[in-house]
Design a protein around this ligand. Structure first.
Ligand code: ZN
Length: 236
């Protein structure tokens, strides 16, 4: 049932919420928004309480800022256990992936789950390797889908009164395209998704360029799930 109040009444996290326009622009999978945005949750040890906040790029990328903030603001010995959940508008670049792995190596009782709206410069082999290395270090990486957009809207956004269920309904196609590409990255395949920008009219083009290896290695339901690929027919 829709509430006639926004998240403001009695919500201690209000000042840490971002504005609806900010969320809509930053996390739109169809756009190549320059700003990176991180929405994060921290759960310490066995405590049920969840700490939520957000971060942006400064002179450093938002992931490195997060690690610096977390480790400098409190005593953080390797024995401390905590669960981190990140919702990132862009996936980590290779340098941030390296910094995250170093942080996790020093803090083996920290778990990290990352949901990303878009893959950052995903054609770059170093960025692809960085994501694979993160996954091999035990980090879970997934593309944000409708449940995650809904969740972020309710928990991180200062949505207007009565609009708690009005998270932006981005077309699922873009989420599926990125999910397919993440699959390619995990399997060590060449890029399948090509994104180009036409500067004059600011249009962003998403194209699939599947090769034989993609047809052979990617589960058919993921390829077909995009609705843009038909499996090749072999005539005998
Ligand atoms: Zn980075």
């Amino acid at each position: 049932m829709a509430s006639d109040r926004g998240p403001s009444a009695g919500d201690a996290t209000l000042r840490r919420r971002i504005e609806p326009w900010e969320f809509e622009v930053s996390f739109d999978p169809r756009e190549l928004c320059k700003e990176a945005c991180l929405l994060y949750e921290i759960k310490w040890g066995k405590r049920q309480k969840v700490w939520r906040h957000s971060g942006k790029n400064t002179t450093k990328h938002v992931e490195c800022n997060f690690i610096e903030k977390l480790t400098s603001e409190r005593h953080f010995p390797p024995s401390v256990s905590c669960c981190l959940t990140w919702f990132l508008s862009w996936s980590p670049c290779w340098e941030c992936s390296k910094a995250i792995r170093e942080f996790l190596n020093q803090h083996p009782r920290v778990t990290l789950v990352i949901y990303v709206a878009r893959l950052f410069q995903h054609m770059d082999p170093q960025n692809r390797q960085g994501l694979r290395d993160l996954i091999h270090s035990g980090v879970t990486i997934q593309i944000m889908g409708p449940p995650e957009y809904d969740y972020c809207w309710r928990n991180f956004v200062n949505y207007p009164p009565g609009k708690e269920a009005h998270w932006p309904r981005y077309p699922p196609l873009w989420m599926r395209l990125y999910a397919l590409e993440l699959h390619c990255i995990i399997l060590g395949l060449p890029p399948c998704l090509k994104i180009s920008r036409r500067c004059q009219n600011q249009l962003t083009w998403f194209r699939l360029i599947p090769q034989n290896c993609h047809y052979q290695m990617i589960p058919p339901h993921i390829l077909l799930g995009t609705g843009l690929i038909q499996l090749p027919v072999t005539w005998r």
